[in-house]
Design a binder for this molecule. Structure first.
Ligand code: FEO
Length: 393
């Protein structure tokens, strides 16, 4: 449906209440939306972003209901299909329409969607496009979360269109954020899943945005934000180099021995005033785990040994953690084996991207003994001392 944001600016995107998986990987517990916006200048009219292709008919209906005299530009802030995927149908329906984007994005949409070159107008960082009384200003912000990503800003309205950046996978009938806690949880999950690997670059983008007066953030997923500092401050916190006095323990236990070690470690850490987040990963969705890794100082992976290596589901979680690059400073491993194994070496080889100091692991034979529990206490003490040295405890 169409929702008026302010004079000359309308939301024309689509709510996808039922979507539960993105990229065949990322769970979407709250659905999502593919937001698109019409900007009506006195002379030109622009659409910002399109929608997931299967919802093109809905976008077209919204555009037709607005009775636009013409549609001149479609700004492509990001080439991924959920925002640019309807471009071929849109160009077919509006023969005069031009896609406006940067050179890198142009190359990607030409490769992914075979968009004819003559239908694309290339802009650069800082370029503006005058619509008549309203100006589209383009800011290059690569790697949020693809190399071609950019933002569009309208200075006359102080509104920012950041596409994926600063957004949330949240289907809601409300145009604006009304429940800050629910929104921040969804936004943190979104950050953890796709933005976290680019934390350092995002720090620079956030600095760049300080030069812009922003009253409304209109992302391409989730509700609009009329209190921009809420999400900007959250992003500053998540992307900062500071970690919290927290330990995440993603683990699996087949016969109970690894679980005994994990639960003993949880107690030992709690006794030392450390916040602990255990995730039994056969029951935890990967988005929840990713979110849990955003702030933690320490990650302890718990795994039994399967055919000399870690349990395959633990290996999957380790590979995932390695890909999303949380800022944790310390890591360790706890687990159990039946006869022998190379679990520690194999897990260590899977988390090479993490800039962590590895604390001596506790990997035992069979069911834990008193001596093994003492080793768990030693690991808890090691973590405590490291957190203390960091000044977070
Ligand atoms: Fe929402 Fe990167 O697409």
């Amino acid at each position: 449906m169409i929702q008026k944001i302010m004079d000359e600016i309308y939301s024309v995107g689509i709510l996808d209440w039922d979507r539960r998986l993105f990229d065949e990987l990322i769970p979407l517990p709250d659905g999502t939306s593919y937001n698109a916006y019409i900007i009506k200048g006195k002379e030109k009219i622009a659409l910002i972003d399109t929608v997931e292709p299967k919802f093109f008919e809905g976008l077209l209906k919204n555009l037709q209901q607005l009775n636009l005299a013409h549609l001149d530009y479609v700004v492509i802030n990001h080439a991924e299909g959920d925002h640019a995927g309807s471009l071929p149908q849109l160009l077919e329906n509006y023969p005069e329409l031009k896609a406006v984007t940067n050179q890198k994005c142009k190359e990607i949409i030409m490769a992914l969607m075979h968009i004819p070159e003559e239908r694309i107008r290339v802009i650069e960082d800082g370029d503006t496009l005058d619509l008549g009384g309203l100006t589209l200003q383009f800011l290059m912000t690569p790697w949020v979360h693809w190399p071609e990503t950019m933002l569009t800003y309208i200075p006359e309205k102080k509104i920012l269109f950041p596409c994926d950046f600063l957004g949330s996978h949240l289907a809601t009938s409300e145009l604006y954020v009304t429940d800050n806690a629910r929104f921040l949880t969804a936004a943190k999950r979104f950050y953890a899943e796709i933005m976290m690997p680019f934390r350092k670059l995002i720090q620079n983008h956030l600095k760049k945005l300080e030069d812009y007066e922003i009253e409304i953030i209109a992302p391409s997923h989730g509700p609009l934000q009329s209190n921009p500092s809420l999400i900007l401050d959250a992003y500053k916190d998540w992307t900062s180099d500071e970690v919290k006095n927290e330990v995440a323990i993603p683990y699996i236990s087949m016969y109970g021995s690894t679980e005994k070690l994990v639960l003993a470690l949880v107690d030992a850490l709690m006794e030392r005033g450390i916040t602990v987040k255990p995730y039994r990963i056969t029951r935890t969705d990967i988005g929840e785990l990713a979110m849990g890794l955003v702030d933690v100082a320490t990650i302890v992976i718990g795994s039994p040994t399967v055919l000399v290596g870690p349990h395959p589901v633990v290996a999957y979680a380790a590979i995932l953690a390695n890909a999303i690059r949380p800022k944790a400073k310390f890591a360790s491993i706890v687990g159990s084996y039946g006869w022998k194994g190379k679990m520690v070496e194999q897990i260590a080889s899977m988390i090479g991207n993490l800039k962590v100091e590895v604390l001596p692991p506790v990997v035992i034979k069979g069911k834990p003994t008193e001596a093994d529990y003492k080793e768990i206490e030693r690991l808890a003490e090691d973590i405590y001392n490291k957190h203390k040295e960091l000044g977070i405890l």
